[in-house]
Design a protein around this ligand. Structure first.
Ligand SMILES: CC(C)(COP(=O)(O)OP(=O)(O)OC[C@H]1O[C@@H](n2cnc3c(N)ncnc32)[C@H](O)[C@@H]1OP(=O)(O)O)[C@@H](O)C(=O)NCCC(=O)NCCS
Length: 184
């Protein structure tokens, strides 16, 4: 099981590092085209300036580096985006991130939006289908429309439970890191 944690606003610069760690193919799938580091910098400047419009969820390694991020952009129409570092893929991290992002939106009544989805992106199509995210893409279009089902009681309970579990995991990892750096 992967614990997905809400990224705090002061940690947003770590998202920049995560996005820049993506290789070219992954950048094309994530953004719809081959973005350069400078474009990532411009986008991240915007996210950091307006953090209330960008909700981020992460899965971290033991050193608290982001290995996967789910991004809900809320300026204008809602947009979902996901990225998992190549060496961590096919372990269920993308699945955990999309579940959490979808629950966040559903519990707040945000049910319609969009997502970059190239026709070749089998992984994200599979993840959307598995997690009740209905995706409609026009032929050859980079963006797909997405629709989430309305919230139900189990979703509200799960949203609370996963937020608490992830916060606990984060504090344990911070304590372990502190003890490694300051052993006495
Ligand atoms: C899409 C992405 C986030 C998926 O992350 P992930 O951690 O590998 O996903 P998971 O391990 O949870 O895989 C979930 C399912 O998708 C399947 N899957 C993953 N990668 C796949 C691939 N390349 N081709 C086919 N299926 C794939 C897995 O087999 C799994 O299915 P299963 O549960 O039936 O076995 C990751 O591939 C990624 O970062 N891609 C680049 C960016 C991107 O495409 N973002 C989405 C658009 S914004």
């Amino acid at each position: 099981m992967h614990l997905v944690r809400r990224v705090l606003q002061y940690e947003y610069p770590k998202y920049r590092k995560h996005l820049k760690s993506l290789d070219l193919d992954s950048r094309v799938l994530r953004f719809g085209f081959a973005v350069k580091d400078e474009v990532i910098d411009q986008l991240c400047d915007e996210f950091e300036k307006n953090p209330q419009q960008h909700v981020l969820f992460c899965v971290e390694d033991i050193n608290l580096e982001f290995v996967g991020v789910g991004h809900i952009a809320l300026q204008g129409e809602m947009e979902l985006a996901f990225s998992v570092l190549k060496e961590y893929r096919k372990q269920g991290i993308g699945d955990a991130l999309i579940q959490r992002a979808a629950r966040y939106c559903r519990t707040r009544g945000i049910l319609k939006g969009q997502m970059v989805c190239l026709s070749t992106n089998t992984a994200i199509k599979k993840l959307c289908a598995k997690n009740g995210v209905k995706m409609t893409t026009g032929h050859g279009e980079t963006y797909g429309s997405i629709e989430l089902s309305p919230v139900d009681l189990p979703t509200i309970i799960q949203e609370q439970a996963s937020a608490h579990a992830a916060a606990t995991d984060y504090f344990i990892k911070r304590a372990v890191n502190f003890l490694v750096v300051h052993p006495n």
